[in-house]
Design a protein around this ligand. Structure first.
Ligand code: ADP
Length: 669
């Protein structure tokens, strides 16, 4: 039955209206105090106001019914009507009112009002669902952006909090089977007693779930991580009487954790669906995060093993070098005759021992080189240079060896003035290996060294090197060493760059060698972002090529960064590079040309996500030649700023000052 509040101080009006409206529940009030008291306990559907009542009396009435859907009906009398009355009213009936008209108007308004209320409610529902959908959408895009388990849990919890406005959430996870952690996100602080109760509840919840993977959980070993939003008041036991929702996260059918949320207002079925959707949405990214972490750990383990292996080789090689030098010296003394006369057979044996000790010494040096490169511990001195002095030096140092075999070393230049960014001594090592191999494996005939500048697409190669060549882009300086020697069978071509590869041919044993030279050359090329390959026809001769990128800003920056990144990895630290007096456009261009994925800009810095952290390239602008002091200060600022945005950016390894080529400055704090 609709409820009507009749506001009038005229008894006649009140009486006659009460009679007319006997089919409704009618309450009457004649002054402000009464109106006030009634509204405290009653919610009228309609307020009928006699226009003759004083305006002040109605103030509390208007104040209270402002937001509710109450119909205001005015009874108009003889007196002029106040404008405010007119503005607020929904219906008008003149006095004395006629019963039929009065009831018809009331019924029509009630019907209208009910439709409006329904519309209003569904509108509100719609707005809420829209908001929840929005949160779901935002949460899922955030979830896609990280592979960090803890961050994912935070995103899920934030999503739940935003869409369901909960007061408290308790998330249980196991960092390791022995480390159960209870993450509490709460609007207000929580009392010690409540904390204990929550711990017990969590353990009981877990133990009563049908799957109990981890046995080692008790309130005593449950680690608590609290995130309190406002420290102004404290929740107590009362919160346990709040409504709550609970869901378990299983990953690959195994328990991962559970979330329980509490809030004062009851949860609807829609809320429950939203909660479950949010939790489920997080499952897949969590699964990927766990997989990623396992892969990363395995990778680290492998890298560690690889480093240990290299270190082992390096230590053993060092240890071998000293006694070997002593052996060689002793053999030299014996051969010089200072230790006494030798018979001819004795002399032959000592010569053989000398040759073998020299070969051993070569192997040890190669092994040392290889282990250093593999462990990222070889020092490179990159600089802008040209290939011409490298070739001249190699020809000078190997011409005697060639002459011994009646071989001419020819040089055909086709790009020796083009600038490359390289370590000249390492290029010399590569070329020396190629030319000395050519000499070794050429019984007779000349050897030609030629250079050319080619676009990646113009480089020709044997198909078996296709995978090595597929990533080449831009211009390259190519160097070719061509011989007319014994050649290599097609099936063996790809293997000559493997470690310890020596192709089984009779000549092989005669010429000796370690089988490491070409694999070292390959590694050295990789460091230069270059490539090495060969082609050959058996019994006709071989062509060995290498190519290094022609220098330009992008290549140089990339190579500098690669070097620094390797050092950072070896030291387990995050790399920060500083470009002095560059600008954002330049940095963006570098990143685009380098095709850096997973990168974004923040505060004038380019942040690239790598497998093991971040590379941050920050800009420092400071006039023509900023002082060291200035740079240091700016670096401090940038580190501080990025530490808050990227927790991982905590170690600075070194910085490069652009424009001061090859000057690498170390900076540690
Ligand atoms: P090594 O110290 O044995 O020369 P390398 O790694 O330099 O080691 O070479 C590996 C193998 O590749 C050689 O043992 C040889 O069989 C083959 N090889 C390299 N260069 C040539 C060449 N110019 N002609 C024929 N075979 C070659």
């Amino acid at each position: 039955m609709a409820k009507i509040l009749l506001v009038s101080n005229d008894d006649n009006t009140v009486n006659s209206l009460q009679k007319m409206l006997s089919s409704y529940e009618v309450i009457s009030a004649c002054d402000e105090t009464l109106i006030n008291d009634i509204l405290k306990v009653e919610n009228p559907d309609i307020v009928v106001i006699d226009c003759d009542i004083k305006l002040e009396e109605l103030k509390p009435l208007y104040r209270q019914i402002k937001k509710a859907h109450v119909i205001i009906m005015l009874l108009l009398g003889e007196n002029p009507i106040n404008k405010e009355f007119l503005n607020r009213a929904d219906l008008f009936v003149t006095k004395p009112a006629k019963k039929d008209i009065l009831i018809a108007s009331i019924e029509a308004s009630l019907k209208n009002r009910n439709s409006i209320v329904k519309l209003f409610n569904s509108n509100q529902e719609l707005a809420r669902s829209l908001y929840q959908l929005n949160v779901l959408y935002n949460t899922s895009s955030q979830l896609a952006g990280t592979l960090d388990k803890d961050k994912l849990l935070t995103i899920i919890n934030e999503g739940i909090e935003k869409s369901l406005s909960n007061a408290l959430s308790c998330t249980l996870i196991f960092r390791t089977p022995d480390e159960p952690v209870l993450i509490i996100n709460s609007l207000y602080n929580i009392s010690d007693e409540l904390l204990e109760a929550l711990k017990i509840r969590t353990v009981l919840n877990y133990k009563s779930s049908d799957r109990v993977e981890y046995q080692n959980i008790s309130p005593d070993n449950l680690k608590v991580e609290k995130n309190i939003k406002f420290n102004v008041k404290e929740y107590d036991f009362a919160i346990l009487r709040y409504s709550s929702l609970f869901d378990t996260i299983y990953i690959n059918d195994e328990f991962f954790g559970f979330i329980e949320i509490y809030r004062e207002a009851p949860y609807t079925t829609d809320d429950k669906t939203c909660f479950q959707t949010l939790v489920q949405q997080g499952t897949l990214p969590l699964q990927s995060a766990i997989l990623h972490q396992t892969l990363k750990e395995n990778n680290r383990e492998l890298e560690k093993l690889e480093r240990l292996k290299s270190e082992f080789i390096s230590i053993v090689s060092h240890e071998l070098r000293t006694p070997l030098t002593a052996i060689k010296n002793s053999l030299d003394i014996i051969l010089s005759g200072k230790a006494g006369e030798m018979t001819k057979p004795m002399e032959n044996f000592v010569h053989m021992a000398k040759r073998n000790s020299e070969r051993l010494s070569l192997i040890i040096n190669d092994l040392l080189d290889l282990s250093k490169i593999e462990a990222g511990q070889m020092d490179f001195k990159f600089a802008h240079t040209t290939i011409e002095p490298v070739i001249t030096d190699v020809i000078n140092s190997l011409s005697a060896m060639a002459k011994d075999k009646d071989i001419n070393l020819k040089y055909v230049s086709g790009g020796d003035d083009v600038e490359i960014y390289a370590d000249a001594s390492r290029l010399e090592q590569v070329l020396t290996n190629l030319v000395s191999n050519a000499i070794k494996f050429t019984p007779k005939g000349d050897i030609t060294i030629s250079t050319k500048v080619l676009d990646a697409g113009e480089i020709t190669y044997n198909e078996c090197f296709a995978s090595e060549m597929k990533d080449l882009k831009g211009k390259y300086l190519t160097v070719c060493v061509e011989d007319k020697g014994i050649g290599i069978e097609e099936k063996d071509l790809i293997h000559v760059f493997d470690k310890f590869s020596q192709i089984e041919r009779s000549t092989q044993r005669e010429v000796g060698g370690t089988g490491l030279g070409l694999s070292i050359a390959k590694q050295l090329m990789e460091v230069h972002d270059g490539v090495i390959w060969c082609d050959s026809v058996i019994n006709e001769g071989s062509k060995f090529y290498f190519a290094v990128p022609v220098a330009n800003e992008v290549r140089t920056f990339y190579l500098q960064k690669k070097q620094l990144l390797q050092k950072a990895r070896a030291n387990n630290s995050t790399l920060l590079i500083f470009k002095i007096n560059s600008d954002k456009e330049n940095l963006e261009r570098l990143a685009n040309e380098e095709e850096i994925k997973n990168s974004n800009y923040l505060n004038n810095s380019l942040i690239e996500q790598t497998d093991d952290g971040y590379v941050l390239t920050a800009l420092i602008q400071g006039g023509d030649k900023p002082s060291a002091e200035f740079i240091k200060k700016r670096i401090e600022e940038i580190i501080k700023r990025n530490k808050t945005s990227y927790g991982e950016c905590d170690i600075i390894l070194s910085y490069k000052v652009e424009g001061e080529a090859n000057e690498e400055n170390s900076y540690s704090r």
